[in-house]
Design a protein around this ligand. Structure first.
Ligand SMILES: [Zn+2]
Length: 65
């Protein structure tokens, strides 16, 4: 049988492994992947940039806005 993991299990495990807490709100940072698109002005092509963002209570409103 395939091993099944819920998202909550993964998140909990990741939190245990990393355990980096925000000193302001005490929440454990959730690493998320943000994808933004940028247009190359000279070639008029689009490229996508991925960046990892650490989200906690302090910045979740800005991140998910
Ligand atoms: Zn915080």
């Amino acid at each position: 049988m395939a091993k099944q993991q819920t998202f909550a299990d993964k998140a909990a495990k990741a939190a245990l492994m990393k355990g980096s807490k925000c000193p302001t709100c005490g929440e454990i940072y959730q690493p998320i992947l943000m994808v933004s698109s940028e247009q190359n002005k000279t070639k008029a092509t689009w490229k996508f940039q991925e960046r990892r963002v650490q989200v906690c209570k302090c910045n979740e409103k800005q991140v998910y806005a």
